[in-house]
Design a protein around this ligand. Structure first.
Ligand code: UDP
Length: 372
C-alpha cells in the first residue's frame, strides 16, 4: 500500500492550496521541492528586518472574490497600492498610462479630451489600422511619444526581441485610463501579506510533511509507489525528460544590495524604460510594507536569456512553444496517476490570483470540495 495519498511536487502557492484542502479532508500528503525553501517564486526572505522578494516583486491583486476570501484566511493584507514611476533619461513619469502620464508627456494636455485627441493624431500619423503586433498595439493605445519613451526600450530589453516581433497581448496587461489615477492595477482588491509571503504559505501547509532539496526523479526511482497519486507542479517537459523538445522561457537575474540609507528611491518600483540602462527596474523592498528600518535593500532586475537549467520565469507563448506545450498536454491527458498543476505544470504566465483560482478548480475536481 502506498505511504501517502498524494505526493505533491513543488512547494509553491498552487501546491499549498491543494495540500491545505486535501489535509482538511483527511488525505495524507508528502510535499517535496528541489529548492531549500518553500513558497516557490513568491518566497520572501527577511534581511535587516525587511521582507525581500527574492524571485522578483510580487504584488497581490485580484478581482476574484473567492480567491481574495481564500488568501485572507492565511494572512492580513496591508493597504499597499502599486504605483510605479518610470524613468526615461532625465524625465520622470507616472505609471500606468493615465492622465498624469499624458500631462507629463504633453505639457499642453490637461483634459481627457485633449489627451485622446493627441493620441488619435499620433495614431493617424502612424497609419495604423487593426494592430498586428505589440508596437502597433502600443501606439494605438497611447500614441507614438509614450511608445517611444516608456514602452519600446523596456519591452525590448524585457523580451529580448523587437516590438514588431512581439504579440500585442503582452501590452494588454497594462491599464490605460483617462483619469488621474496611478494605481497600476484595475483589480478590486490589492495588498501585500503582512509578515511576508513565506509566512503565509507556511500557514497554508500547516503540519504537512515537507522535504526540501529533493528531486522528484530521485525519490520516485527509489520509491515508485510512495503515493497513490502525484500532483506535479514542476516543468511539464522535464517530467517527460524533454522527449518532444524543450519549452522555452525568458529568465531574470537579480542584483540585491543593502544600502546604509533609509530611503533610496521613495517608491517600491521604479522602471527604467530606456534601452541603454541594462536593468528594467529597481525594487526597494521596504516600501511594500511601509518599512521604517534604518537601512534599505534594493534589487536591480535584469532580463536574461534562458538556457535549460536556469530559473524559468516567463513562458514564451509563441507558436512553437504553444504547439509543443499542446503535445505535452496530450501526453499528460493519458496519465492515470499524475496531475499537472501550477505555473510550470501548465506553462502559463500566471498572476498569483490566477494560480490560486486554478488550484481551487483542481481541489474541486480532484477532492470534490466546492470553494467559494
Ligand atoms: N511595460 C512597458 N513599460 C513599463 C512597464 C511595462 O512597456 O514601464 C510593458 C512591457 O511590454 C511589459 C508589459 O508591459 O512586458 C508588462 O509589464 P509588467 O511590468 O506589468 O510585467 P511583470 O513582469 O511585472 O509581470
Amino acid at each position: 500500500m502506498a505511504q501517502y495519498d498524494y505526493l505533491v511536487v513543488g512547494a509553491g502557492i498552487s501546491s499549498a492550496v491543494f495540500v491545505h484542502e486535501a489535509t482538511k479532508v483527511g488525505k495524507t500528503c508528502l510535499v517535496i521541492d528541489r529548492r531549500d525553501h518553500i513558497a516557490g517564486n513568491i518566497y520572501t526572505a527577511e534581511q535587516e528586518g525587511i521582507n525581500v522578494h527574492v524571485y522578483g516583486a510580487h504584488i497581490f491583486h485580484t478581482s476574484i472574490k473567492r480567491v481574495w476570501d481564500y488568501v485572507n484566511q492565511f494572512a492580513e493584507f496591508n493597504n499597499y497600492i502599486n504605483s510605479p514611476v518610470a524613468v526615461y533619461k532625465d524625465e520622470l513619469y507616472n505609471l500606468p498610462f493615465n492622465m498624469n502620464t499624458f500631462a507629463q508627456m504633453w505639457h499642453d494636455v490637461r483634459t481627457p479630451a485633449q489627451a485622446k485627441a493627441r493620441i488619435a493624431q499620433q495614431v493617424a500619423e502612424a497609419g495604423i489600422g487593426e494592430p498586428a503586433n505589440l508596437e502597433e498595439q502600443a501606439i494605438s493605445l497611447v500614441g507614438r511619444d509614450i511608445y517611444e519613451k516608456l514602452i519600446k526600450g523596456y519591452t525590448e530589453k524585457q523580451w529580448g526581441r523587437g516590438c514588431t516581433e512581439l504579440p500585442a497581448s503582452i501590452i494588454k496587461r497594462l491599464p490605460c485610463r483617462f483619469i488621474y489615477d496611478n494605481n497600476y492595477f484595475n483589480d478590486r482588491w490589492q495588498g501585500i501579506p503582512m509578515g511576508g509571503y513565506t509566512a503565509m504559505v507556511e500557514r497554508m501547509f500547516g503540519n504537512v510533511e515537507i522535504r526540501l532539496g529533493v528531486e522528484y526523479k530521485d525519490l520516485i526511482a527509489e520509491q515508485p509507489d510512495i503515493a497513490d497519486k502525484v500532483i506535479y507542479c514542476g516543468p511539464i517537459d522535464e517530467f517527460y525528460d524533454f522527449k518532444l523538445g524543450t519549452l522555452e522561457y525568458r529568465s531574470l537575474r537579480f542584483e540585491t544590495e543593502v544600502l546604509e540609507e533609509e530611503n533610496f528611491q521613495g517608491n517600491a518600483v521604479v522602471n527604467y524604460t530606456e534601452r541603454e540602462v541594462p536593468y528594467t527596474r529597481i525594487i526597494e523592498h521596504k516600501h511594500f510594507e511601509f518599512g521604517q528600518q534604518p537601512k534599505t535593500i534594493i534589487t536591480r532586475e535584469y532580463p536574461a536569456d534562458w538556457q535549460p537549467g536556469d530559473e524559468p520565469y516567463y513562458p514564451i507563448n509563441d507558436e512553437r512553444n504553444s504547439a509543443l506545450y499542446a503535445q505535452y498536454e496530450d501526453l499528460a491527458a493519458q496519465e492515470g496517476r499524475v496531475i499537472f498543476a501550477g505555473r510550470l505544470g501548465g506553462y502559463k504566465y500566471y498572476d498569483m490570483d490566477k494560480a490560486i483560482d486554478a488550484a481551487l478548480d483542481l481541489v474541486e475536481r480532484e477532492l470534490g470540495i466546492a470553494i467559494g
